[in-house]
Design a protein around this ligand. Structure first.
Ligand SMILES: Cc1cc2nc3c(=O)[nH]c(=O)nc-3n(C[C@H](O)[C@H](O)[C@H](O)COP(=O)(O)O)c2cc1C
Length: 147
């Protein structure tokens, strides 16, 4: 089984989230390709069984600036038959705008026809021990769905 994990980060929290997801996938025997969003292409998902995005949220619910093209390409892609998950870090101080980008990327995967394999994960700032447990369950759900 193969997975592609794509993250967007400014201060490193979402790279940490992506690393945790990658480690958990590899622990389940999944072959993983992990890339920063500007180095990734939506077409990379076509070679994967499991597709994961870990995005930050900025400026009152905005998507990562450097990820806008990726987001547009994702909505236009055909990822039917692929299992997807979105897990990202934001800041609860932004209240209603907390982790909006996570849910927006989830909707883009839906538009691409991918199958949701796990509930979206919203993490406050740097991932802690509880978040790691949540991400382990997120990965277990994705793998189960892709089997
Ligand atoms: C100017 C600014 C705007 C932000 N806006 C939001 C927001 O609307 N929603 C949110 O959940 N987090 C917001 N954040 C918090 C970041 O998403 C959060 O710090 C996140 O962990 C950063 O991820 P990164 O370390 O991968 O860059 C904002 C941070 C900054 C500096």
């Amino acid at each position: 089984m193969k997975a592609v994990v794509v993250y967007a980060t400014i201060t490193g929290n979402n790279e940490d989230v992506a690393d945790i997801v990658t480690d958990a996938l590899e622990a389940q025997g999944v072959e993983v390709d992990e890339n920063e969003m500007t180095m990734a292409d939506v077409a990379d998902f076509e070679n994967a069984d499991i597709c994961v995005i870990c995005p930050y949220t900025y400026d009152e619910g905005a998507l990562p600036d450097e990820g806008l093209d990726f987001y547009d390409d994702l909505k236009e892609a055909d990822l039917s038959g692929k299992v997807y998950g979105v897990a990202g870090s934001g800041d609860t101080a932004y209240a209603d705008d907390f982790c909006v980008a996570v849910d927006e990327f989830g909707k883009a995967f839906d538009e691409a026809g991918a199958t949701k394999g796990a509930e979206n994960v919203h993490i406050n700032l740097a991932p802690d021990e509880d978040n790691i447990k949540t991400l382990d369950q997120f990965v277990a759900d994705l793998v189960k769905k892709a089997q």
